[in-house]
Write a protein that binds this ligand. Structure first.
Ligand SMILES: NC(=O)c1ccc[n+]([C@@H]2O[C@H](COP(=O)([O-])OP(=O)(O)OC[C@H]3O[C@@H](n4cnc5c(N)ncnc54)[C@H](OP(=O)(O)O)[C@@H]3O)[C@@H](O)[C@H]2O)c1
Length: 374
């Protein structure tokens, strides 16, 4: 089956989010009909285990490509026993890749510009296409709407290599530049995902909401049901990544759910529908949360104060990726599959949720809030 036909069927089945983003089926088909004929590709993934890596591996294998991995062998090393693994550390240890031969590299483990420069330089003469997984955290200018042309954050000291909450975004922006310098824009794809969610997410940032819903009772929901949020389902990101290498979709793309479509109220509705839990949601005013230092993003993951400085990152323009073929599945599916995955995990993993409010803190804030509402 060639690309054009596959794209047509996919757009036809999963069209609603695409249409919401202003991309018609015809646009997607026209784009795909210009693609190279399908052929099996030899793909090197820097990373490949962890969270997003396995989804990319599985999608690429499912479509008939050959996949090889490069990592230190520390994370889930038993996951792909049949795949060739080049063992090494990106921090000066790329030797095992010398002399290798691949069509394309997917770089999903690059956080430090020096590491990314090294791999891009080594692989530039080998591969015809370099896909770098970046992040929407690269953006530094929050004064207006965010699209791919928004200015990125800048590090005062470009020699900094420590990844912190502050440096993560500007470091990833520098990593992007290193790839472009070494490989060239005519062979590079840069994907900038927002919160990546779905089965396998180790952060529990998205999962917190439906997991908390399962516990039932009065539940704190921040702000209003109309507050904007954005995610990307890890499987949609994997699909678009493999699409981009099959069709050589080059350039920089925000990979997000369509802006203005997904709201906190939808997350609640999805969570209730998936868990069938007996929950009384209490929407707590943003001003009250700020006053009591219940942090957006960290304490209340995924959500942002609509008036806060991070708010533009909840309405990032994803129309370029949608026009190039990114298809977002219904968010309820992400919620459903996240909970289905969560239910398979051992008790020692699920006894502590890694994000969100503890039961005690939530009860404390709700009690305070309820007392102001009496
Ligand atoms: N999670 C999100 O919501 C999110 C959002 C936006 C963007 N992103 C981007 O998505 C990418 C992947 O995220 P993830 O959550 O899947 O990462 P992850 O779970 O931490 O996986 C990292 C992978 O890289 C390998 N690795 C890590 N350090 C390495 C090193 N020094 N040398 C060689 N291999 C190394 C790991 O294997 P070993 O440990 O065995 O080496 C593993 O396979 C990152 O670039 C991140 O910036 C993530």
């Amino acid at each position: 089956m060639n690309n054009t036909r596959r794209r047509f069927i996919k757009s036809g089945l999963l069209g609603s989010a695409v249409v919401a983003a202003g991309c018609t089926t015809e646009v997607a088909v026209e784009e795909a009909s210009n693609a190279e004929p399908w052929r099996s590709l030899r793909i090197l993934i820097l990373g490949g285990t962890g969270f997003i890596g396995p989804h990319m591996v599985k999608e690429a294998l499912r479509r008939g490509h050959t996949v090889e991995l490069f990592n230190r062998g520390r994370t889930d090393s038993e996951l792909f026993p049949d795949l060739k693994l080049y063992v090494g550390d990106r921090n000066g240890g790329l030797d095992s890749l010398e002399g290798g031969d691949w069509d394309v590299v997917i770089d999903n483990s690059g956080y430090v510009p020096r590491h990314v420069e090294d791999s891009a330089r080594l692989l530039a003469s080998v591969v015809s296409h370099y896909v770098y997984i970046s992040t929407i955290s690269v953006y530094g200018d929050m004064s207006g709407p965010v699209d791919e042309d928004t200015a990125v954050g800048i590090l005062e000291d470009e020699n900094v290599e420590e990844v912190t909450g502050e440096t993560y975004g500007p470091l990833k922006a520098l990593c992007e530049q290193r790839v472009l310098q070494e490989v060239g824009a005519d062979r590079t794809t840069i994907l900038r995902p927002t919160y990546i969610c779905g089965p396998g997410d180790r952060t529990d940032r998205f999962s917190y909401w439906p997991i908390r819903t399962m516990r039932g009772g009065e539940m704190l929901w921040p702000g209003t049901p109309a507050d904007d949020i954005q995610i990307i389902d890890v499987r949609d990101l994997a699909n678009f990544t493999v699409d981009s290498i099959e069709q050589k979709i080059l350039g920089v793309f925000n990979t997000v759910t369509p802006k203005g479509v997904y709201k906190m109220g939808d997350l609640l509705a999805d969570s209730l529908a998936v868990t069938a839990a007996d929950v009384t949601p209490t929407w707590v005013a943003t001003s009250f949360l700020n006053e009591h230092e219940v942090a957006a993003g960290g304490g209340l993951p995924i959500w942002e104060d609509p008036e806060g400085e991070g708010a533009p990152l909840m309405v990032v323009d994803g129309s370029r990726a949608a026009a190039a073929g990114l298809v977002n599945r219904p968010t309820r599916e992400t919620t459903r599959d996240t909970i289905a995955w969560w239910r398979t995990l051992p008790a020692e993993r699920t006894e502590t949720v890694r994000s969100g409010l503890s039961a005690e803190r939530e009860a404390e804030v709700l009690a305070l809030w309820d007392s102001t509402q009496a």
